[in-house]
Design a protein around this ligand. Structure first.
Ligand SMILES: NC(=O)c1ccc[n+]([C@@H]2O[C@H](COP(=O)([O-])OP(=O)(O)OC[C@H]3O[C@@H](n4cnc5c(N)ncnc54)[C@H](O)[C@@H]3O)[C@@H](O)[C@H]2O)c1
Length: 319
């Protein structure tokens, strides 16, 4: 029988919501939830609460685990680490979360076989580069969620603005899961048509002002939600469900996830989000065609911005 086990490390707002979401998936046989040793009571309470929500369907597959659970997990999800306060940017979390993620990866290492590892913790791109550098996971088996959530926030605006269905829109946000992110307008397809063509045919007003407004809302949604409720959890949990579904059921999808740049556009030594084909084996291929010159320049700017920030902060971090 296929081994459809998922281990989640970090049972905070994000990790627990992912556990809740994945608990509904009939094709997942076991979910191990791991946190710090002092957080056992919190984990047990999360598990009780989640399983009490499914009295007729609960199979007892969710339990408090430990690092040996990683050994036979198809997927390991890392959601351990501090969330940002309203006054902070994601990059402000680098020092504290680099230590946590380095600890987590060190703990996984003795048990790691061939699981696909998904990193959620922020600052997502910088930590993805750090994990790549630590070198425990093969390239195709490790990625961070990157701009998948930003892409989803973008698509949700397009759905509302143009009265379309989700499945009519293919769109991606690329670069950094942070301030430097940008919408890949060149790759936007509405019912298989480029946006300008679609809007012209359907008599829809489409101009720079509208595009700037969508871009700025896409970027600020995370902070807006944190202002209102102190954390974000549901959006990222749905994105993770989409990824887990693709991996476990081996369904090929294109999503803007973050992983180490391996010379795409001659960029190396940094991790960034690009539309990427993933399937049951992890990363298959990054999409590198069809970008405008402006978009490629934006990628260069982001690469040098991320490298500068990492250099500045990592001088203080030993991992
Ligand atoms: N990538 C995204 O799109 C996205 C979206 C939302 C949140 N996030 C990030 O996810 C992370 C978690 O957010 P949250 O709201 O769940 O935070 P949280 O504070 O609610 O939970 C974090 C959990 O990590 C645990 N933890 C800390 N150190 C650990 C260690 N060494 N080993 C195991 N567990 C450890 C804590 O005990 C805590 O339970 C944050 O960095 C946040 O910024 C990312």
């Amino acid at each position: 029988m296929a081994n459809n086990k998922v281990t989640i490390i970090g049972a905070g707002n994000v990790g627990s919501t992912i556990a809740y979401t994945l608990n509904f998936c009939h094709y997942i046989h076991q979910i191990a939830l791991i946190d710090l040793p002092g957080k056992m009571e919190k984990i047990e309470s999360e598990i009780l609460d989640i399983t009490h929500g499914l009295p007729l369907r609960c199979s007892g597959k969710l339990y408090a685990g430990d690092y040996p659970d990683c050994r036979d997990s198809k997927i390991i999800i890392i959601a351990a680490g501090r969330n940002r306060l309203e006054s902070e940017s994601r990059i402000d979390l680098l020092s504290v979360n680099a230590h946590i993620i380095s600890d987590v990866v060190t703990n996984i290492a003795p048990f790691y076989k061939d699981s696909i590892v998904i990193l959620i913790t922020n600052p997502n791109d910088m930590l993805a580069h750090m994990v790549h550098e630590i070198g425990v996971f093969p390239y195709s088996k490790f990625f961070a969620t990157g701009c998948i959530l930003d892409s989803s926030r973008f698509i949700s605006q397009m759905v509302q603005k143009l009265q379309l269905k989700n499945q009519d829109i293919k769109g991606y946000v690329a670069g950094e899961h942070g301030e430097m992110q940008f919408i890949l307008w060149s790759h936007l397809k509405l019912k298989n048509k480029a946006v300008n063509e679609y809007c012209q045919i359907n008599n829809i007003v489409w101009n720079d002002e509208i595009m700037d407004d969508i871009q700025s809302k896409t970027k600020s949604y995370g902070s807006d939600i944190i202002k209102g409720k102190a954390f974000t959890n549901y959006g990222i949990a749905s994105c993770v469900l989409f990824l887990v579904d693709s991996i476990i059921n081996d369904i090929e999808i294109i999503v803007s996830i973050c992983c180490e740049m391996m010379g795409e556009f001659d960029i190396v030594n940094v991790a960034m989000s690009l539309p990427t084909i993933i399937n049951g084996n992890g990363i298959r291929e990054r999409v590198i065609h069809g970008y405008t010159k402006k978009e490629v320049n934006q990628l260069y700017n982001i690469a040098s911005y991320l490298k500068q920030k990492m250099h500045k902060h990592t001088r203080k971090i030993v991992y």
